[in-house]
Design a protein around this ligand. Structure first.
Ligand code: R5P
Length: 264
């Protein structure tokens, strides 16, 4: 890996732990104003100090985030679909590499839709992005998207998606936690981080998810709704940080969560 690429990867994954807590706030690119993310600037204000990187679109970055912010940006560069449209998988690159460099992005992110009618286009777009990323030293994060079909999230399907993403050159892959997640990790030669998915029933469920994913080999989380849709968002991100970077047990993480509630 070239120096620039290495340096950006070292900003994304903390060199002392090799792990990462990224905050995903890119949902609006196809979901519009998701609950608790209507005003992204406000949502992230208390959370940024506990975040290793922010994942977002250029529109939110330019309009809602101060240029003085001191954390790396993972720029979502794919889009062109919406929850109201006929096919969520119909997604392509809509923000150029030149724009990513102009915005000082530390990585770019793109969704791939394996097994859908747009599989080929999204995989070709990943290849194109990796070619451009290699030219300029920008890592590519491939997101194994499932659209509305959340039931697709099993080790066989996610293992297929993650391996393909790595084979096509992605420097990191974001996927979902699933049963037998360790198998997905073992068969993927690049770092895997997990998304949280729609908000789980309880905060403890989300902490368990993060804990199990790390235990089975995930290199971090790129979570959104299970953090900022919580009434105790700061407690959640602090607890998840403990799990990811300090390797604490769920019981300890719950203490951090509860402690943060009392301080409110
Ligand atoms: C899809 O909406 C985005 O790629 C999100 O960044 C991703 O799903 C992570 O957010 P969450 O933890 O809310 O699923």
């Amino acid at each position: 890996m070239d120096w620039g690429m290495n340096n950006r990867m070292a900003k994304l994954f903390r060199p002392d732990t090799g792990r990462a807590v990224w905050l995903a706030i890119d949902h609006g690119y196809f979901l519009g104003p998701v609950s608790k993310l209507e005003d992204p600037g406000r949502t992230i204000k208390p959370l940024v100090e506990f975040t290793d990187a922010l994942m977002l679109t250029r529109g939110v970055l330019r309009n809602c985030v101060s240029a003085q912010i001191d954390i790396p940006v993972i720029l979502r560069v794919s889009g062109g679909n919406s929850i109201a449209g006929p096919a969520l998988s119909n997604e392509g690159i809509q923000t150029s590499m030149e724009e990513a460099i102009r915005l000082n992005a530390s990585a770019v992110a793109i969704s791939i839709y394996v097994g859908t009618e747009h599989e080929h286009e999204t995989l070709m777009a990943l290849g194109q992005l990796v070619n451009e990323g290699q030219r300029y030293g920008i890592p590519v994060l491939a997101v194994t998207a499932v659209g509305k079909e959340l039931e697709k999230r099993d080790a066989r399907y996610l293992g297929l998606c993650c391996r393909i993403a790595a084979e096509l050159g992605a420097q990191a892959v974001k996927t979902y936690y699933c049963e037998d997640f360790g198998k997905v990790v073992k068969a993927c030669p690049v770092p895997l981080v997990i998304a949280g998915g729609p908000k789980l029933k309880t905060e403890v469920d989300a902490l368990k998810l993060a804990h199990d994913a790390i235990k089975e080999g995930a290199r971090g989380v790129d979570m959104g709704r299970n953090i900022w849709q919580s009434d105790n968002a700061v407690g959640m991100i602090k607890a998840i940080r403990g799990i990811v970077h300090d390797g604490i047990a769920v019981k300890e993480a719950i203490k951090i969560l509860e402690g943060s509630k009392q301080k409110k």
